[in-house]
Design a binder for this molecule. Structure first.
Ligand code: LLP
Length: 439
């Protein structure tokens, strides 16, 4: 089994006190010590998925793993992933700056995005970001201007829409033809002509695509390899070039509930490697340098969120709501994508008595702020600690201050130790950017 196929952190177990334990730390004690809501990240699980990726792609040494930092970007996790040999896909000045501050080798950073600003591109060049994946004609022109003004040559990829549809939520599909991201394949030659004849400060290295996220299909990765390799071969012939890099993006899914059945990392790697070998033979080319950009599958399983159960409401002849002290501001995925999650009560994870079907409501002022509908829990009561699984990806990174509520803190656990990696916001943090002068 690979780590992304586990619905809980790999170190999750019930300890001698009868509580849920992660990384050797009692989650009820963590809740007491650091307060709730609390994101908890298990270092062992992160290292284990990194090992899965490294082992799975051993047979193809020309692979570069670029963790998609949009899934979770903090200094500590960036350091951890850099130590595991990962580079970074960054999509904003904020993500670039965070990995820079984490001491990451910036030549292993790739900058993506469909509307990068002048300032963001300048920062990327100044900090020595290794590749910029250019998304559209406007950006090509602007990037060349900035590079020219700094007397630098920037190595780029072209983001393309390969025309592959995957079966995931429509908001997280990206490779289909009508997507806002990247050049249509029919526009590539026009971009090439500009790069070769006009934009002399840009050096094209290859092409980049990303099909979508939370993907369970495997064959589409083979299709993607074939489309991208075919494209660089065509461009090399037509323009007499030597492009030899393809970036396949991310997308591998994780197991949020028992209904999810994501493929293993090895399975995805096998499909990709076999498609690469076929393409290399078919076109008689040197094996390309291949980037992959997994985000969710690297960081989701390692993370849980601890909440304290507060008030309850039993609708007469209807739903029983159990409210927790967080919700859509720390995890917007259920309200945005109808995402499903699983959970246990951390102080009685094994209890099978008095099971009730309840709906976990958040504390924010929206009817849609529901974390989990119709979950069976053993007599959930005020003061119990609820542990929601698989919250490592796209939770903290998408968190907001809705209702002027402080963002939750995050701790890293390993070998029975815990350390704060993101401080919980204080009330003063909340007002720290307000100015008090009136006009
Ligand atoms: N590369 C590119 C160019 C991307 O756009 C993305 C994700 C990734 C890599 C990483 O994909 P992953 O391995 O994480 O699937 N907020 C949504 C997910 C948005 C994904 C956007 N792009 C969610 O919570 O489900």
């Amino acid at each position: 089994m690979s780590t992304n196929q586990s619905s809980e952190p790999l170190t999750c177990r019930v300890n001698s006190a009868g509580n849920l334990e992660i990384g050797g730390c009692d989650t009820v004690e963590l809740a007491k010590k650091y307060g709730t809501p609390l994101y908890v990240m298990d270092e062992y699980t992160i290292k284990s998925i990194c090992a899965d990726y490294k082992n799975a792609f051993k047979a193809y040494p020309k692979i570069r793993m670029m963790y998609a930092s949009k899934a979770l970007c903090t200094i500590a996790t960036s350091k951890l992933l850099a130590n595991e040999g990962f580079g970074f896909d960054a999509v904003s000045a904020g993500e670039i700056y965070t990995v820079y501050k984490a001491g990451v080798d910036m030549s292993n950073v790739l900058f993506n995005g469909n509307n990068k600003s002048f300032d963001e591109l300048s920062l990327a060049i100044d900090l020595g970001v290794g590749r910029i994946s250019v998304d559209n004609f406007t950006e090509l022109e602007m990037l060349n201007e900035i590079a020219l003004s700094k007397n630098k040559t920037v190595q780029i990829l072209l983001r393309v829409t390969p025309g592959i549809e995957c079966h995931t939520h429509e908001y997280i599909q990206t490779g289909h033809l009508d997507s806002k991201f990247g050049f249509d394949l029919t526009q590539i030659d026009g971009a090439l002509e500009l790069i070769l004849n006009k934009y002399k400060n840009l050096e094209l290295k290859g092409v980049h695509a990303h099909i979508g996220s939370q993907i369970f299909e495997t064959k589409i990765y083979g299709d993607e390899v074939e489309i991208l390799v075919k494209e660089i071969v065509r461009l090399n012939e037509k323009f007499n070039l030597n492009l030899n890099e393809i970036n396949l993006g991310g997308g591998l899914g994780v197991k949020y509930t028992d209904a999810d059945n994501p493929p293993s990392v090895q399975k995805i790697a096998d499909v990709i490697i076999s498609a690469l070998n076929n393409a290399v033979q078919k076109y008689g080319i040197e094996a390309p340098l291949v980037y992959i950009e997994p985000g969710r599958s690297i960081i989701s399983t390692a993370g849980v969120t601890l909440y304290t159960i507060g008030c309850e409401k039993q609708v007469p002849n209807g739903t029983k709501y159990i409210a927790v002290d967080g919700g859509m501001a720390d995890n917007p995925r259920p309200s945005m994508y109808q995402a499903l999650y699983s959970a246990k009560i951390a102080n009685k994870p094994d209890c099978n008595e008095n099971l009730q079907t309840v709906t976990i409501a958040g504390r924010f002022c929206e009817s849609g702020d529901i974390l989990i509908k119709n979950i069976q829990l053993p007599n959930p009561e005020k003061g119990d600690i609820l542990c929601v699984f698989n919250t490592g990806a796209y939770n903290y990174s998408m968190a907001s201050n809705y209702n002027r509520v402080q963002k939750s803190g995050m701790v890293l656990v390993n070998n029975s130790q815990s350390a704060i990696i993101v401080y919980r916001e204080t009330l003063d943090d909340l007002i720290s950017h307000d100015a008090d002068e009136l006009v």
